[in-house]
Design a protein around this ligand. Structure first.
Ligand code: AMP
Ligand code: ZN
Length: 458
């Protein structure tokens, strides 16, 4: 079945086909490892996971690169302020390497907890300093870069077009229109490729322009080219990267090879908190850890992310997390019921569900629609192992561990069993006592026509 993705470059949904037969090459902008990754960041990596899983489900092999930014990402996207790594190192009294190591470890832990399928190649910027230098030298040689007293800049006026992703019209921007324009910059949109290090700057390397360090954008152009070649299939990141970081990556690659590096540019929309931005000053920066501390399993957050399409904003509230928790537990329970069922289901029915699911995920990763189909299977009146198998197959895309059992401790399961026996024997007193015992373990029991439901009490 054909796959369609929305391409930020063409602003259209387009049919996706890889450059090379069965191999999809992807580059994802990873985190800047200077602080804890938020649940906002995690939404973007859940989108990345979704993309990987959908492509694999369609039978493709992947070569996927994700970087870790451990140098050069300045506090402001306008090439101003301190390097985020250096700033964090100073604040925490550690070296930038220690900071990078610490936050990288935490980041990986979150990805693991969210059952995120990992890119084949993960690379950190500081391991590619020489390659980046070569890239900048090439841009210099090709006439796309110039030196000032503080940095090496990319000259956007040398390109036939700058701003294709975000639709910026550079001619409408007069020099000086940006507040803090460096006076030596030729055009307001020129950006730093390489930055000369002040006297006591911690992270710096020798270069033809003295001790210095790379700009943020050059790392992604360099690492993607090194691992995936001059042109690859898909580039991903959050929407905030469109107007500066990705625009500049395109500029750099065009200056180096004459080509736009990726054919498809896919961007995940932002997570909002109670309808607004997540920010330290508002005290509403949430980490996955906070969700876990409230007693929820991390995958509840992943389930929550599927309630909205990746190109729509998603609003985080604790009520929505509670609702997602209930849904995920119910989904697993429905799976178990099907697994125990012995009814027969015609192959056509299964095939129809499969086709509709595939159509949904192949339509620009329409997860809310796909989840609707998952629920139709889960809720089907007929209890059949075939449906359980089907749910597990869908879970290759969802990554929700639908067959996870260990939510309910063995002791509780035993008590439930005992209670079922007591009920069969119409020993209501014993059944009630067992219900109370189960409650002491923090689980609630609900009896219905379809059987006994066990639910964690919050
Ligand atoms: P950073 O570590 O700031 O470079 O961000 C890592 C990734 O998370 C980038 O792709 C950002 O676009 C993305 N991101 C940052 N904040 C949010 C948010 N609130 N919602 C979704 N994605 C975000
Ligand atoms: Zn990047």
């Amino acid at each position: 079945m054909d796959i369609f993705f929305y391409n930020t470059l063409t602003k259209k949904k387009e049919k996706f086909e890889p450059i090379e037969d069965n191999m999809v090459k992807i580059y994802t902008c990873g985190p800047t490892v200077y602080k804890d990754a938020t649940i906002g960041n995690m939404r973007t990596f859940i989108f990345m996971d979704n993309l990987r899983r959908v492509l694999k489900y369609n039978g493709y092999n992947l070569k996927h690169v994700m970087n870790l930014t451990d140098v050069g990402h300045l506090v402001s996207d306008g090439d101003e302020g301190e390097d985020k790594m250096v700033k964090s190192a100073k604040e925490e009294g550690k070296t930038p390497e220690e900071i990078a190591k610490y936050y990288t470890k935490l980041f990986f832990k979150d990805l693991e907890l969210l059952n995120i399928d990992m890119p084949e190649i993960i690379c950190k910027a500081t391991d590619y300093i020489n390659d980046m230098l070569e890239f900048v030298k090439k841009l210099m040689a090709n006439g796309y870069a110039y030196e000032t007293s503080t940095a090496i800049y990319f000259d956007v006026s040398k390109l036939d077009e700058y701003g294709i992703l975000s639709g910026i019209d550079v001619r409408k921007q007069k020099a000086g229109a940006r507040v803090d324009v460096d006076e030596e910059k030729k055009n307001p949109y020129d950006f730093a490729l390489w930055i000369k290090a002040p006297e006591n700057h911690i992270m710096k390397w020798d270069s033809p322009w003295g001790p210095s360090y790379p700009g943020w954008h050059i790392e992604c152009s360099t690492m993607s080219q090194k691992h995936l070649g001059e042109q690859f299939d898909i580039h991903t990141g959050g929407v905030d990267l469109i107007p500066t970081h990705h625009e500049n990556e395109i500029a750099q690659s065009k200056g180096c090879t004459g080509k736009i590096p990726a054919r498809f540019w896919m961007h995940g929309e932002f997570l909002l908190i109670n309808g607004g931005k997540m920010s330290k000053s508002l005290g509403n920066v949430y980490l996955l850890k906070d969700i876990i501390e409230k007693g929820y399993e991390p995958l509840v957050y992943k389930y929550f992310c599927y309630t909205s399409h990746y190109r729509n904003k998603l609003n985080f509230t604790w009520d929505a997390i509670e609702a997602s928790n209930k849904s995920l537990m119910k989904l697993r329970e429905s799976y178990r019921r099907h697994l125990e069922g012995n009814e027969d289901v015609e192959d056509d029915v299964i095939l129809d569900y499969k086709n509709r699911f595939l159509k949904a995920i192949n339509d620009d990763l329409n997860m809310p629609l796909a989840m609707g189909i998952v629920w139709e299977v889960a809720k089907n009146e007929k209890k059949s192992k075939k449906f359980a198998e089907l749910l597990l197959e869908f879970d290759r895309v969802l990554g929700l561990k639908i067959d996870k059992k260990d939510d309910i401790p063995e002791e509780v399961l035993k008590l439930v069993e005992e209670r079922n026996v007591a009920r069969k024997e119409k020993n209501w007193q014993k059944s009630d006592e067992l219900r109370d015992k189960i409650q002491e373990y923090g689980y609630r029991i609900e009896d219905s026509k379809e059987g006994t439901k066990i639910e964690k009490i919050k």
